[in-house]
Ligand binder design. Structure first.
Ligand SMILES: Cc1cc2nc3c(=O)[nH]c(=O)nc-3n(C[C@H](O)[C@H](O)[C@H](O)COP(=O)(O)OP(=O)(O)OC[C@H]3O[C@@H](n4cnc5c(N)ncnc54)[C@H](O)[C@@H]3O)c2cc1C
Length: 620
């Protein structure tokens, strides 16, 4: 019998699973020039179905990788939500039409609806342009983590050993042993990676079962191009406009119609897309809803609200996305009473895919910094502390929401009831849009000097605002000056530089930043900067000479901005007050993922020295 030798290889990061979590991570790491591989057991990429609602914050972060333009071109934008309830004549009638997203600081104040296959294609094409392809028909068969503490704490070591099996190759070429510095399991709700380390999922299974169909409708329903939640006497449904002329219908199903009495599990053979559409048709009466196309995709599913007990093993193996948290994509519990009787299920707009993409956005820059030798391994612990907390908050909000819609409505007879305005207000918080994500104090989030920039909240993402480039008066969106490029950004709000007193303060601050012990020098990596300094002065574009700024504050002519109106006078000019920065100015450190990390007064640059010293490493 011939002896078979498995091929051995080394890689910095191995990603298992090419869904939104895995692809986002692979793309972000490829952007950061990290040596990354991504494998998926599926032979082909998905082309339809699954998640389809991208939240305002996720659009912002895709923009930070240069990926939003394509999404916005291909998606359907959902600006309005409509609520329908039973009418006196037995059908449904419009109760309220309102904005789908109310997050005043959202740069994109709408939801972008596009099928998950198309969203994944955006990542796949971007990765491909960076030389990274998904290795398909490939799955791990075993994973081992070294127990040697020296190896585990040495960021240059390869302590994870994964055996990969190729399903599409001849037997003697099937096996490969990969030695990885880090492994990321983005392998979905039934995560193999999670199970190998006995990570438990805590939470409960939702009691709602949904039938989902994607099709092109033929209808006289006036809200077919808005997100719509309807409850009729026949049950509840939910319509979502999609790219081109498509729509998705979610229909809440009765257990008896879809549960196999023997196994107690959802049985897809008991109901098909035609029956799901028929149920939707009944709920939408008196309006007509038929299809002009074949069914483009359909499913029946029920998911839990669960969070993994750990998101990492020794900061070497991580789980991200559905592998560490699952949410009922559209459903809460079935309420007995509702302020909007139609509101059985009022959803948090599609949190599964959004949470997955945001997990990877949070994790990728930290892994990249550690691999480059720029940050201490301890930085990686903030992935679990930040993202697990978010997942728990999301589920708590989901439950609170479900409970709220189960309360009796406020009426003359029931003064303790909940008003429809209260329900709507709760739904329309900036939490549901992803804008409200707030990371608590840690080594990468300071908790001092918030008062110097009250609109740049420590632990929250930098909100959008337009400033004028000092050299040529061109308006720039601040978020576009903070791309996800692995660099920390230092926003220097100089105050009014043309005021001689303030100028002296700024010059003294620059002298501090130029000292050898300043973080800018301490962590300088020749030829590969870790910081980008952006200056925003409270001066007028027609008077300000940006060449007067010390050179540290204008490393390139494109790095200096003024808080003034655009050349036509249409917008801008109130950035300091919007961000709560006073005339004394402020220093603001922004993390590579766009979240505010630290704030300091101009004359206390050592606050930032201490901030960076808590996780950064001096170049070897
Ligand atoms: C019907 C439906 C509707 C949904 N609607 C929405 C919505 O509107 N909005 C929203 O945000 N979310 C929605 N979701 C949820 C969304 O699809 C998921 O949250 C999202 O896909 C999670 O991304 P992920 O990358 O974590 O996992 P997945 O997308 O599940 O990807 C995991 C990948 O890992 C691969 N894999 C698994 N095991 C292995 C293994 N052992 N080896 C190699 N590869 C492996 C799989 O083939 C898959 O490609 C919906 C889900 C469903 C089913």
């Amino acid at each position: 019998m011939p002896v078979r030798f498995a091929r051995h290889s080394e890689v910095d990061v191995l990603i298992i699973g090419a869904g939104p979590a895995g692809l986002m991570c692979a793309n972000a790491l490829a952007n950061a020039r990290v040596n990354v591989r991504i494998v998926d057991q599926r032979a082909f990429k998905i082309t339809a179905g699954y998640g389809d609602g991208i939240s305002p914050r996720t659009i912002e972060l895709l923009q930070s990788y240069g990926l939003a333009e394509r999404l916005l071109k291909e998606c359907s934008q959902i600006h309005l939500a409509a609520f329908y309830n039973p009418s006196s004549t037995g059908g449904i009638e419009l109760t309220k039409r309102t904005s789908n997203i109310t997050a005043p600081s959202a740069r994109y104040p709408f939801e972008a609806a596009l099928h998950q296959g198309a969203i994944q294609d955006i990542f796949l094409d971007s990765m491909s342009s960076l030389g990274v392809e998904v290795e398909r028909s490939t799955m791990p068969t075993s994973i081992e983590l070294s127990k040697n503490e020296d190896e585990l704490t040495d960021p240059t070591s390869y302590p994870v050993r994964v055996v990969l099996q190729r399903l599409d190759q001849s037997e003697d070429e099937q096996e490969e042993i990969v030695h990885a510095k880090f492994v990321i399991g983005g392998d979905g709700a039934h995560s193999w990676t999670r199970k190998q380390f006995d990570i438990t999922m805590d939470g409960e299974q939702s009691d709602a079962i949904w039938g989902v169909v994607d099709f092109v409708p033929d209808t006289d329903f006036p809200d077919i191009r808005n997100k719509c939640l309807a409850q009729s006497n026949y049950g509840s449904m939910f319509l979502l406009p999609r790219e081109e002329d498509r729509v998705r219908a979610y229909v809440q199903l009765e257990d008896r119609d879809v549960i196999n009495p023997v196994t107690g599990r959802v049985d897809k053979d008991r109901m098909g897309p035609e029956e799901i559409l028929q149920t939707a048709q009944k709920s939408l009466k008196p309006y007509k809803l038929t299809r002009k196309s074949e069914f483009l995709w359909w499913t029946i599913y029920s998911v839990g609200q669960r969070v993994a007990s750990k998101f990492s093993i020794k900061n070497r193996i991580f789980v991200a996305g559905d592998a560490c948290h699952t949410h009922s994509p559209k459903a809460g519990k079935r309420p007995k009473f509702s302020p909007f009787p139609g509101l059985v299920t009022m959803e948090l707009p599609g949190q599964g895919m959004n949470a997955s993409i945001n997990d990877s956005h949070n994790l990728a820059w930290k892994v990249a910094q550690v691999i480059r030798g720029w940050a201490d391994m301890s930085l990686l612990s903030t992935y679990e502390s930040e993202r697990r907390k978010f997942a728990l908050e999301l589920i708590a909000f989901d439950k609170m929401w479900s409970t709220l819609v189960c309360e009796k409505p406020l009426t003359e007879q029931n003064s303790d009831g909940v008003s429809s305005e209260h329900v709507l207000k709760t739904f329309q918080t900036d939490f549901t849009s992803g804008i409200g994500i707030h990371y608590h104090p840690s080594v990468v989030v300071n908790d001092t000097y918030q008062e110097l920039a009250s609109g740049l909240v420590l632990g929250k993402r930098v909100p959008p605002y337009k400033f004028m480039r000092a050299a040529d008066g061109r308006p720039f969106e601040l978020q576009d000056l903070l791309p996800s490029d692995s660099l920390f950004k230092l926003l220097v709000f100089t105050g009014e530089f043309s005021d001689p007193l303030q100028q002296a303060r700024v010059e003294s601050m620059v002298a501090d930043l130029q000292k050898p012990q300043s973080f800018l020098n301490r962590y300088a990596t020749p030829g590969d900067s870790r910081f980008d300094v952006i200056t925003i002065s409270k001066d007028r574009k027609d008077k300000f000479d940006f060449l007067q700024l010390p050179t540290l504050l204008r490393s390139h002519w494109s790095k200096a901005f003024v808080d003034d109106t655009d050349p036509t006078g249409s917008f801008g000019g109130e950035g300091y007050s919007y961000f709560g920065v006073g005339s004394e100015g402020a220093l603001v450190a922004v993390r590579p993922d766009g979240y505010v990390g630290a704030i300091a007064p101009l004359d206390r640059a050592e606050v930032l020295d201490a901030y960076f010293a808590s996780f950064m490493k001096i170049p070897a």
